[in-house]
Design a protein around this ligand. Structure first.
Ligand code: SF4
Length: 1022
């Protein structure tokens, strides 16, 4: 970018700012505030004066630095472009170097969480918490998250623990009085760790919130520095001051008055638009620009105000929308910037509503593909902005399925839940203590460290079971790892795992530190080169490889951090640190350069603009989200109280609606040309009231759902079906047309797009394995049931095809079955305790917020039903193994429960799935019939029947919480013959080559329905 073409108001603003000590350049979005700031910065650089230019985020800082570098070549040493935190950190570093101290350390969120956890364990007991907070509540991650939030907000406001206690007493808030105590302890604990670190005095440690205040304190204390060593600055420029925190204001104030009150410090230029503040949830204060005009200590900078008058982004439509939104926001100190002259570019605004969320996301995918195909719009120039990150993973999935290139959404879970990290942790755990269970060792064989496909996993697990039986081993996985069969091809993965474990064990016994042990484990996996190659390719596995490498790098970063602090940190301490983290580490990959559509929240979009912006999820309850921001500790109220004092009561309590409107005004202003607002409008969900504030009904388009796909594989699939599927009612002319279109398409290969190369069409594929199919001799009753329903579904699941929902069903079932097995008589307290222990790990599969809440409600209902059922049927024989052998096959399986009744034993099978079989279906239920048959064959005792216990559903006729039951009568003689015939049929199907689809009630929850030839969606691809 060369010199900027400034309009008259911009030129006036630059001239004013360069002539004065402190200036606020106020302008609505798109009026070129950043351009003006860059112009001022350029002139300061040309004068050879020192300058610090501050941006609201790392990306924005990178962009500003790049632009200044383009203008001036290499930037002089006296020019810094960074965030306020990075600048504060550099001040602390300079101070540490001046005083001969260690380089200060910035603690991360997870470390902060670990410190708070430890603190609560040690001192929590002695604190007079309000009576409703018992120990169970304090153990919850949510409690710590709230406390962390309070500590952060208080630190941003410059409050000490004592201040917080005083405020609590003044306001009658016992919880603030209580929280003030750990706050002091928390700050002391940073110092304590510092003092106990080896090698002398150790590093000063800060969290993000305390960092900036500390730097401000140092700049107002010249006596703390060596003579002449306190840094001074001629200019400090800051962009988007409406997003700054009180701590940043204090830092500016300090640097402006290097000697308190002298006004001889740095000259300041601030840009601001209070109407588009988006950092309120992180302590940003939209009123700060207004307060900067005054002289109040800490916030007053005595700044003059100049206003920008013309928009340079978008045209009349976007300008009008902006004006309408901003008019609804209460004035936060400054308002003369509102309603600037509109931009002159061609722009567009669309408002679309859909009947459901799925349709909304598919509609967005179609819209982006159309813009890409018709208007040649690069995906990098498109952003989807939602109020929170909660839906990003789902949007990413829908976009990818539709063939839209999209940047990976940020994941929100602690690192230990990433499969590769979990596997490396288990390897280290085995190296440290050697006590992994057989199940954990088996999980390692299935982990990405070994990289087996689902079919090989199953084969190997089967081999291990057989080996265990032959060798009468009670821990077959551990035993086979100690005696890996030599020369057997199938045992290769076991050998590899054994080598990884051996290398890790060696490192631990040689007293290597955590980083070295981790390195030994990682090197032994021999995965690095392959993953790097995949990550650099354009293939479909590139994204997965990038994600794995990202997670491994984060893991190394944590190990390095711990070892930097204490070179003797052991692998066991690293494991403790990882296990104690309840929040996510910063990802490296998601700040990387992968191209595609941006998935952003308003705060993530800071400093960015795009050709096409889609503001999505504009539903009532979601945006605006009117939930009270304050949780348990009332952190938001503290900020409000302070803000009210700062503004002498002018601001009043901050309005939630204003905050929500500011975020929306900021988001829509990210568009340079095209803007689309999307929402769901259905009986259950209403579109956001904000839509009606700014758009008339006749300009809202209600979009119906479409089954047509715009993805290339989808279109090719349709054309192929038209050409080859005789069942479709397509005339010859259209068939020929389909053939012509297919022939005219480019010759794609699988490297370009999976599933579209003719060489990948199913009729063109060579059989992958020509060996004759080995007829299976072992049948489990649940397999028999699945095969008798639909062989295709059974086969697909057997070879590992599954969707997220099926995996979650499986995990859900496991939890309920484990509880039922461990507490067969339904001990309520123990079951609830066990459930709460399992919940944190299980729940991470669900997006935080609504989805997780919903799942918890479901699980709680099921556990309640389980307890009600089990306590009504005590004394059952649980997980009873039954095996029966015929000349042709062996039937083997475990019965959930055999319950004693006066009429004889009843077989009970617990079901957690959504399928709700009818009474009629249950009479014929294959699994129950086989269990009854086996029980009689093995014990010689006839059963009194069998039943399905559907814990997901309640029995409306019984007392609340009792599950729905479906009963099957005892077998009669003719039934026994029928079961034997059925088992023969199952054995034949399992060994046969015909894999047919058979529809029924079970299709409703089938994970491969979209690929099933019976259904239209699947017909495209079959
Ligand atoms: S949709 Fe129905 S018929 Fe098709 S595979 Fe699934 S269960 Fe079988």
């Amino acid at each position: 970018m060369g010199k900027f073409e400034l309009d008259a108001s911009q030129a006036r603003a630059v001239a004013h700012a360069l002539e004065n000590n402190a200036t606020i350049i106020e302008g609505a979005s798109g009026t070129g505030k950043t351009a003006v700031l860059l112009d001022a910065a350029s002139q300061i650089i040309e004068r050879g004066e020192s300058l610090v230019l501050l941006a609201a985020g790392r990306k924005a800082a990178d962009d500003l630095r790049t632009q200044l570098t383009l203008n001036h070549g290499k930037l002089p040493a006296n020019v810094q472009v960074r965030t306020a935190q990075a600048w504060a950190f550099s001040i602390l570093q300079t101070y540490a170097a001046d005083r001969g101290r260690h380089t200060p350390e910035l603690i991360t969120g997870p470390t902060q969480d670990s410190i708070i956890t430890e603190l609560l364990t040690v001192v929590g007991q002695g604190i007079a918490w309000p009576s409703e907070l018992d120990e169970d509540v304090m153990r919850l991650p949510g409690f710590r998250a709230e406390l962390r939030d309070l500590l952060t907000r208080s630190a941003e406001l410059g409050l000490s623990g004592e201040d917080l206690q005083a405020l609590g007493r003044e306001q009658g808030e016992q919880i603030w009085v209580a929280a003030g105590q750990p706050m002091d302890q928390y700050e002391n604990s940073l110092a304590l760790e510092d003092a106990t670190a080896p090698g002398g005095t150790g590093a000063d440690r800060f969290d993000h919130a305390r960092l900036v205040h500390q730097a401000a304190r140092l700049l107002t204390s010249p006596e703390a520095w060596g003579s002449g060593s306190m840094p001074t600055y001629q200019w400090v420029l800051i962009d988007d001051y409406q997003n700054a925190t009180l701590a940043t204001a204090a830092l500016l104030s300090a640097v402006h008055d290097i000697q308190p009150g002298d006004r001889n410090g740095a000259r300041l230029i601030l840009t601001a638009d209070p109407d588009t503040a988006v950092e309120g949830f992180r302590g940003g204060i939209a009123h700060l620009p207004g307060l900067a005009r005054g002289s109040k200590p800490g916030t007053g900078l005595g700044a003059g105000v100049v206003t920008l008058k013309e928009r340079h982004r978008g045209g009349e439509k976007l300008s009008e929308l902006q004006n309408r939104l901003v008019d609804r926001i209460s004035v936060a100190g400054l308002a003369s910037h509102r309603r600037p002259k509109p931009g002159t570019q061609a722009d567009s605004l669309k408002v679309l509503t859909f009947p459901g969320t799925d349709q909304e996301y598919s509609g967005i995918a179609r819209l982006i593909r159309r813009a890409h195909v018709r208007d040649n719009l690069a995906c990098d120039d498109v952003a989807i902005i939602t109020r929170s990150r909660g839906t990003h993973i789902e949007i990413e999935r829908v976009l990818r399925d539709a063939g839209v290139r999209v940047r990976p959404a940020a994941r929100n879970e602690p690192l230990r839940f990433t499969p590769i990290v979990r596997a490396l942790m288990d390897v280290m755990k085995e190296g440290v203590s050697g006590d992994l269970t057989d199940a954990e060792l088996l999980a390692l064989i299935s982990s990405p460290l070994i990289g087996l496909d689902p079919a090989r996993k199953r084969q190997l697990s089967h081999r291990i079971t057989v080996w265990g039986e032959e060798n009468e081993s009670s821990s077959p996985v551990r035993d086979i790892l100690a005696n890996v069969p030599e020369g057997a091809e199938w045992a290769g993965p076991l050998k590899k795992l054994d080598e990884i474990l051996e290398a890790t064990r060696d490192a631990v016994t040689s007293n290597k530190n955590a980083e070295e042990v981790l390195w030994a484990a990682w090197q032994a996996t021999d995965l690095a080169d392959g993953l790097r190659e995949q990550a650099l390719s354009n293939g479909t596995t590139s994204r997965a490889a990038n994600a794995i490498l990202d997670a491994v790098m984060q893991l190394f970063r944590i190990a390095q951090r711990l070892v930097d602090r204490d070179a003797r940190t052991s692998a066991a301490q690293l494991l403790d640190e990882l296990e104690s983290q309840d929040i996510a580490e910063d990802s490296i990959a998601r700040t990387g350069k992968e191209s595609g559509v941006h998935l952003l929240t308003p705060a993530m979009a800071l400093g960015q603009e795009f050709e096409l912006v889609i503001v999505a999820d504009l539903n009532d309850g979601t945006w605006p989200n009117m939930k009270v921001r304050d949780g348990l500790f009332g952190a938001g109220r503290i900020a409000e109280l302070y803000l009210d004092r700062l503004t002498d009561g002018v601001s009043g309590l901050r309005s939630v609606v204003d905050d929500e409107l500011r975020m929306l005004a900021f988001s829509v202003a990210r568009s340079k040309r095209d803007l689309v607002l999307t929402a769901v409008d259905s009986e259950e969900t209403s579109r956001s009231r904000f839509i009606d504030l700014v758009v008339d009904e006749e300009n809202i388009e209600h979009v119906e759902s479409s089954k047509l796909s715009m993805s290339i594989p989808g279109v090719v699939g349709r054309l192929r079906s038209a050409l080859t599927d005789p069942a479709l009612a397509i005339n010859d002319v259209d068939r020929e047309l389909a053939a012509d279109i297919l022939a005219s398409l480019p010759t794609w290969t699988e490297r370009h797009l999976a599933g579209v190369a003719t060489s990948e069409w199913i009729p063109s594929l060579e059989p992958s394995d020509m060996r004759p199919w080995e007829s299976t001799k072992r049948i489990s009753p649940s397999n028999a049931e699945a095969i008798m329903q639909c062989t295709l579904k059974w086969f697909a699941q057997r070879i590992g095809l599954s969707n997220m929902e099926a995996t979650q069903n499986f995990d859900r079932g496991n939890i309920i079955h484990e509880l039922a097995e461990t507490y067969p008589d339904g001990d309520s307290t123990q079951i609830w305790n066990a459930f709460e222990e399992k919940w944190p790990e299980y729940s991470v599969a669900f997006t935080e917020g609504y989805e997780r809440e919903l799942e918890r409600n479901d699980m709680v209902t099921m556990v309640e039903a389980l307890i009600a059922y089990l306590s009504a049927h005590p004394g059952a024989d649980v997980e009873k193994q039954l095996t029966y052998q015929t000349d042709h096959f062996t039937v083997s399986g475990r019965v959930d429960r055999v319950e004693p009744t006066p009429d004889g034993p009843i077989i009970a099978d617990l079901k957690t799935g959504k399928t709700k079989p009818s009474d009629k279906d249950t009479k014929e239920n294959a699994q129950l019939r086989i269990y009854q048959w086996m029980y009689e064959k093995e014990t010689g005792v006839p059963t009194a029947g069998a039943k399905l216990v559907l814990v997901r559903y309640q029995d409306g006729r019984k007392k609340t919480g009792y599950p729905l039951l479906r009963n099957q009568k005892p077998l009669e003689e003719s039934d026994e013959q029928a079961v034997e015939e059925m088992l023969k049929e199952v054995a034949t199907k399992m060994g046969g080559i015909d894999i047919t689809a058979q529809s029924g009630d079970w299709c409703a929850y089938c994970p491969i329905k979209t690929a099933c030839p019976i259904f239209p969606e699947g017909a495209l691809f079959s």
